[in-house]
Design a protein around this ligand. Structure first.
Ligand code: MN
Length: 578
């Protein structure tokens, strides 16, 4: 997206919000130098440019320009508010507050889980303190620029900041689905955290990278031709090298053997529609055999951070393994930019079925919650203002953060009670609960909790849940467990024996566009395609396609089968429940 830089915008409209913030910050930081020796103002300007490239709104860019003025130049927040309004002042204040949080990781004696808990609590705290995701975005841009210029700092400081970046900020970006940002932060931190390994990798991987790149460039036109011969016109085929930091993590699991990493360079096929994703997968599998157990359907089952794509590893030309990732443009943009994609792409979504989120029966965690409104908001409106408003209301005022006596942060929907808290900690604690101490005082189990409450659950061995709890239990996880305790045994076992999926089989004469017609017909009826597998029938010209779907609705599936039989070239179609 070519657009003028923040600097150009500021100079061409000096009375606009960005223009005024630019000259105000430049004046406030006048005479200050960074450790690199350059004028200090370069830093807030660089952060603002990063946010501009993420297509953030003017208030966010202005706040980025001003983000260090309160802390480092002593400008009162009141002045920012008077000059730039409450919104910008709120963002600057948020970033200033986050600046006071420091993470040093665990001491070496700490157990790994304790370190992870500490990091996780800090991540949640940062999100909670921010109150508005734009504060987090500014902090990420601020950190990204600081990491790019980290070399100027003393080694001890470099390590602490790199560690914090890797374990806290890259992780937050990842949870928000901002893979590009997360990956870049990790890559920037890597040389400081593992200098020798970085050095080794740089030398050892160079050849492998080059060889893989050459190979993929060679087969790229073959993939395009193959897809086009089945009437699938890809929007783009990208070749993407794995980042050093993630390569290193993978190597640790592969005995540092570069020969065992097959996605060093991966191919990304970007197609137009969801049915085309599965159709493309089928076409590729027909041409090159897939490795068993390497097909991953993150469209039917998105990663917890809402990443969606199909992955497969096939034996390509010259018997070499290739990882191929297939997704739509929309999935691709969301995978790269995550929550921030809502500022980037404002057009109405296509009508492809969203299979994510809805199948989650369990209570949703903080990031799944984000994903949830992304879906809902996308259905109603793409107006970023409303999206932000909804974020503030739903995420930050509709969630509370209660604390265990050990200091673990438990996030819950507003209105939650100690019973919700208890089941969130552990189902056995919920089942055996008899009472709760809130901030040290014994309180009834239907007490509504507030953020910051320290909650201790009093339990009694052999105690059973009370049906009365359903009156005030707020979370799905608590309600499910309470109901489960009352459900009759036989009712439960018959539930378990029910089929959950169906497999549709289509045998057909091969022709151009066949797979596309088949997957299109199935996708239209919104049964949720889980996987698509095609192969040539033994000793003939017929092709057998097996499509697993989520629905078990016999009538619906029979209607699909009927439509499939009507497709040109189809000899046979049927299904079975799984
Ligand atoms: Mn800064």
């Amino acid at each position: 997206m070519p657009s003028p830089s923040v600097k150009t915008i500021a100079h061409s409209d000096s009375q606009g919000l960005i223009g005024r913030a630019y000259s105000f910050a430049e004046r406030a930081h006048a005479g200050q130098k960074r450790k690199t020796g350059e004028p200090y103002f370069n830093h807030p300007l660089a952060a603002a440019e990063i946010l501009h490239s993420w297509q953030m709104d003017d208030a966010t860019i202005a706040a980025a320009l001003l983000h260090d003025t309160v802390e480092d130049t002593g400008v009162p927040l009141e002045t920012i508010k008077k000059e730039f309004g409450a919104d910008v002042a709120f963002l600057v204040d948020g970033v200033t507050k986050l600046g006071h949080i420091k993470y040093r990781g665990g001491s070496e004696r700490d157990e790994e889980t304790a370190v992870e808990n500490k990091a996780e609590n800090l991540r949640k705290m940062i999100i909670a303190l921010s109150q508005d995701l734009r504060v987090v975005f500014i902090k990420l841009a601020d950190r990204m620029h600081n990491m790019r210029t980290l070399a100027a700092l003393p080694p001890a400081k470099q390590r602490r900041i790199a560690l914090e970046t890797d374990e806290i900020y890259a992780s937050i970006a990842y949870r928000l689905g901002m893979h590009n940002v997360s990956g870049e932060l990790q890559d920037l931190a890597f040389p400081y955290l593992h200098p020798r390994e970085y050095e080794w990798l740089l030398n050892a991987a160079k050849e492998h990278y080059a060889a893989r790149l050459r190979y993929l460039e060679k087969i790229k036109p073959q993939v395009r031709k193959l897809l086009e011969s089945h009437a699938i016109i890809p929007i783009d085929i990208e070749i993407r090298a794995k980042r050093y930091s993630s390569l290193y993590k993978k190597l640790l699991k592969r005995d540092m053997d570069l020969g065992r990493v097959h996605d060093l360079v991966a191919m990304r096929v970007i197609v137009n529609t969801l049915p085309e994703c599965y159709a493309a997968l089928g076409v590729i599998h027909e041409a090159w055999p897939p490795l068993p157990r390497r097909i991953k359907d993150y469209i039917a089952m998105p990663k917890p951070n809402s990443y969606r794509s199909l992955h497969t590893t096939v034996i390509g030309p010259d018997a070499k393994q290739v990882e191929i990732q297939i997704r739509t443009k929309e999935m691709h943009d969301e995978n790269e930019h995550g929550v921030a994609a809502h500022w980037l792409y404002k057009q109405k979504r296509s009508d492809e079925p969203t299979m994510s989120g809805k199948q989650l029966a369990r209570d949703i965690s903080w990031v799944q919650q984000l994903r949830h409104w992304q879906d809902r908001l996308a259905e109603s409106t793409q107006n970023p203002e409303e999206f932000l408003q909804a974020m503030k209301v739903e995420f930050f005022t509709d969630r509370i953060f209660a604390v265990t006596p050990r200091g673990d942060v438990i996030d819950l929907p507003a209105g939650s009670t100690p019973i919700d808290f208890a089941y969130r900690v552990h189902s056995e604690i919920g089942n055996a609960a008899t009472g709760a101490k809130v901030n040290g005082i014994l309180m009834p189990l239907d007490t509504v909790l507030k953020s910051g409450d320290v909650v201790e659950i009093v339990t009694q061995k052999g105690k059973k849940p009370s049906e009365d709890w359903l009156r005030f239990a707020k979370t799905t996880i608590a309600r499910d467990h309470i109901r489960l305790a009352f459900r009759k045994k036989n009712a439960r076992s018959s539930l378990l024996a029910q089929p959950t999926r169906a497999e549709i089989r289509v045998t057909a004469e091969d022709r151009v566009g066949l797979i596309k017609d088949v997957s299109g017909t199935i996708a239209q009826s919104r049964v949720g395609i889980l996987s698509f597998h095609g192969e040539r029938a033994k000793g003939g010209t017929l092709h057998v396609n097996k499509i697993e779907v989520r629905s078990t609705d016999k009538k619906k599936i029979e209607r699909i089968v009927e439509k499939l039989r009507a497709i040109a070239g189809v000899k046979e179609a049927g299904y079975r429940l799984l």
